[in-house]
Design a protein around this ligand. Structure first.
Ligand code: F0G
Length: 352
């Protein structure tokens, strides 16, 4: 069989795992880099979407988790633990199930999208809903892992997570034959922007690409510590995945921004929802709200002249729209109810 083997095997020369380790994979990675004609027209650039919702659990977290759980199992750990706004917990639970390990996930009570909670339940995670926010959950997960050596922490503060996530940058360069001019992505705990910058930098250092992209990171306006320059005690946004007030990879995000001559800016919930609807209705790409922050930021920087015209741009859309069905139903128009009658269907569809 000649199938995609998952990213540890596909990038064996660039993603290290312990010698002899049993590789835990769900064949993550190799996601589409989809041209976005409607967006390209609108912003006057050549825009591609890196569709990370096409990963096995529906988000980019699988790239980090295949490596983190492979390491955890090889180290003799029996369980993994993480704090999460939802996607990390879904991914950790799936890879732990595959490895035959226990997973414990700490999530902010009432603040994670229902699809993500359903995943953690289905994969058999021990789910603790913490009466606090993500930052509180991360603190508790760190303390628990530090006190119990049989439990491995699989948040992106674990550097092997970054090693897995950097492969998205490799895939983009391999597909384009070069690095993009600008890379847009949402920023929450800031692991992913750190990982992309590491990936691009490695390819550049090794001469695989001859230029680096400018990194454009976007936070939700109610949860924008990197934009404000200080932690946010009570972060709030409709994009629950990035509802984070004290990003663990703060320094990595600032390095990515400054070394790439990029920017980190804030987008409002309204801008996020506009981009969310546009992606679904004009490109046929249904993402979760946090993912739309990258496109909201693209639109904003194009509108105020910060996006160079004719640039080659990649926007990472980080998670699948079905992760958060409640927002979709609230943000879109209500379906019409009709009786079982052809004329009612024709009438409702305005067919005469
Ligand atoms: N987009 C989605 C869909 C996410 O789930 C996250 C983070 C981000 C963007 C931001 O990435 O944290 O690396 O800057 N979700 C984490 C979680 C925090 O727990 O699932 P980041």
């Amino acid at each position: 069989m000649n199938a995609w083997p998952g990213l540890i095997e596909a990038f064996a020369d660039r993603v290290a795992v312990p010698p002899g380790a049993r590789v835990i994979t769900l064949q993550e990675g190799n996601t589409p880099l989809l041209p976005a004609p409607a967006l390209s027209d609108r912003v006057g650039a050549q825009v591609y979407l890196k569709i990370e919702g096409a990963n096995p659990t529906g988000s980019f977290k699988d790239r980090g988790m295949t490596v983190a759980v492979t390491h955890a199992l090889a180290s003799g750990a029996r369980a993994v633990i993480c704090a999460s706004t939802g996607n990390t917990s879904a991914s950790a639970a799936a890879y732990a199930a595959r490895a035959g390990m226990t997973s414990a996930v700490l999530v902010p009570q009432g603040k994670i999208a229902s699809g993500k909670l359903a995943q953690a339940v289905a994969y058999g995670a021990r789910i603790l809903q913490v009466q606090g926010n993500f930052d509180d959950c991360l603190e508790l997960a760190r303390k628990t892992a530090a006190a119990h050596e049989e439990i491995a922490l699989v948040n992106s503060v674990n550097p092997v997570r970054i090693e897995g996530q950097k492969t998205a940058a490799f895939e983009i360069c391999d597909a384009l034959g070069r690095a993009p001019d600008v890379h847009c992505l949402p920023v929450g705990n800031a692991g992913n922007i750190t990982a992309y910058w590491k990936g691009y930098s490695e390819y550049h250092a090794d001469g695989v690409v001859d230029a680096l992209p400018r990194m454009f990171g976007f936070q939700a306006a109610g949860a924008a510590p990197l934009v404000l320059g200080h932690p946010v005690l009570h972060p709030d946004t409709i994009a629950t995945a990035i509802r984070i007030g004290a990003p663990a990879s703060w320094a990595g995000a600032i390095t990515a921004r400054d070394s790439s001559h990029g920017l980190i800016d804030a987008v409002t919930d309204e801008q996020i929802l506009d981009a969310y609807r546009l992606l679904a209705s004009s490109e046929g790409v249904f993402v979760e709200p946090a993912s739309a922050a990258s496109v909201a930021g693209l639109l904003a920087t194009a509108a105020d002249g910060r996006l160079p015209s004719d640039a080659l741009v990649v926007c990472t859309v980080t998670g699948h729209g079905l992760k958060d069905p409640d927002i979709a139903l609230r943000a879109m128009t209500e379906p019409v109810v009709v009786p079982v009658a052809a004329e009612a269907v024709a009438g409702a569809l305005d067919l005469r």
